[in-house]
Ligand binder design. Structure first.
Ligand SMILES: [Zn+2]
Length: 415
């Protein structure tokens, strides 16, 4: 049993959710960690009178924050960052696929190793990684070794891809099932599998229906890209007899509590209603949307519709992993649309919002007694209690991260 203490702590936000979220900042707080969980939280003085600790981590200059959760990224695209000339989604993908098609096992291992270490150093304790079509075992092995809370899946594509990545429908489903059996729930539940068809354009309905069956059989979430860019939406409408991907996914039973869509740009009222009715979640990727000139998701509208929403870096479309850039960009993107997103809401999206969207909300995402000890210690500089979340969201960078704890274990120490 050990203590984590700080000058401030950002405590449980779940009592108020979504766009009304107000993280509570309290002074001189200690957390008690036993094995992988937080078992008590209180004023440092009281906690120290109550327990005997084997160790104590912290500083009066530091802030205890829930670990950040990156809800969407592609570790396999890490080497392509900055190498693909500015392009919109569908042209950009062609360049990315060329790289993915040539990837070896050792490339995949290197990609995961670099990306996951960078995530950890930026205060991310949990993430969802869409690997390429092959070598997904390598990413799982790296996540298992480093100790992060990881949800990982292999990309599925059975049409409209390049020959090096194109799969036969049955083979794609068989390979996915093999990976689920091997990794889903392993490392005492720290590793999970996500079924990851790339998007409607590259996946037949047969493949999507097979993915739904696997999701039900193994209680694994499905993640796919939907409504990112106008070109993709127009393509889908031609393909789905005038319907958008979301309305088509609703018809075939793909929407639901275990489905996590990514992007959510250009959503209509009908689509928002379908998402809310089916309890489908979304991940907002403001950095990637800016880089690929995709448009901007209307975050306030999505939250007001009651849809679970998280935040993702979506590297390699975006240039840096982690949530500091995304929290700032989420605010900036809304401002461009003359809408206001509070720093507290942005912080919520990067922590509890992503956890809820990924189906991990009961276990992680906030500092609460009984939850997993997934914690980041930040040194944000001089700050008052009232402006603390604002400062973290608008001014912090990975360099402000001092220590990162996942599942009760200290995995990163900037010393
Ligand atoms: Zn993506």
């Amino acid at each position: 049993m050990y203590e984590i203490y700080g000058g401030w702590a950002i405590l449980d936000q779940s009592r108020v959710s979504g766009f009304k979220s107000r993280p509570t900042v309290e002074k001189d707080i200690s957390l008690v960690v036993e094995k992988d969980r937080i078992i008590d939280i209180g004023k440092t003085k009281n906690i120290r009178e109550k327990y005997k600790f084997s160790d104590s981590l912290g500083s009066k200059e530091w802030v205890i924050s829930p670990g950040f959760i990156d809800g969407h990224l592609h570790s396999s695209q890490r080497p392509t960052i900055g190498k693909v000339k500015s392009a919109k989604l569908l042209e950009w993908l062609k360049a990315i696929w060329k790289w993915e098609g040539s990837m070896t096992k050792s490339d995949a291992k290197k990609c995961a190793e670099t990306t996951y270490r960078e995530l950890l150093a930026s205060g991310v304790t949990s993430f969802l990684d869409y690997t390429s079509v092959r070598h997904t075992n390598e990413a799982f092995k790296v996540a298992e070794k480093i100790g992060l809370r990881a949800t990982i899946g292999k990309t599925m594509m059975d049409r409209n891809s390049i020959p090096a990545l194109l799969e036969d429908t049955d083979q794609s489903l068989r390979e996915t099932e093999k990976l689920i059996r091997k990794w889903h729930g392993s490392a005492k539940g720290r590793l999970r599998y996500s079924i990851t068809p790339r998007f409607g354009i590259t996946c037949t309905d047969e493949l999507l229906r097979g993915a739904i069956k696997l999701s039900k059989k193994y209680r694994a979430i499905i993640t796919t890209h939907a409504h990112e860019n106008r070109g993709e939406i127009a393509y889908d409408k031609k393909n789905y007899q005038g319907k958008s991907a979301i309305m088509h996914f609703d018809d075939i039973g793909l929407l639901g509590e275990n489905t996590l869509l990514v992007h959510g740009v250009w959503l209509t009222t009908n689509e928002l209603e379908a998402l809310a009715r089916t309890k489908t979640a979304y991940i907002h990727c403001p950095g990637s949307n800016i880089m690929l000139k995709s448009g901007s998701a209307n975050v306030n509208k999505i939250l007001k519709a009651g849809i679970r929403l998280g935040l993702g870096s979506d590297i390699g479309a975006y240039k840096r992993v982690g949530q500091f850039d995304q929290m700032q960009l989420a605010i900036r993107v809304q401002k461009q649309n003359h809408k206001f997103l509070r720093p507290q809401t942005s912080f919520f999206l990067a922590t509890q919002g992503s956890a809820d969207a990924m189906g991990l909300g009961k276990e992680t995402g906030s500092l609460k007694i009984g939850k997993k000890a997934d914690i980041v210690l930040l040194e944000p500089g001089r700050v008052g209690t009232r402006s603390l979340v604002d400062r973290i969201v608008n001014h912090c960078k990975p360099a402000n991260v001092r220590k990162v704890i996942v599942d009760g274990k200290l995995l990163f120490d900037r010393e």
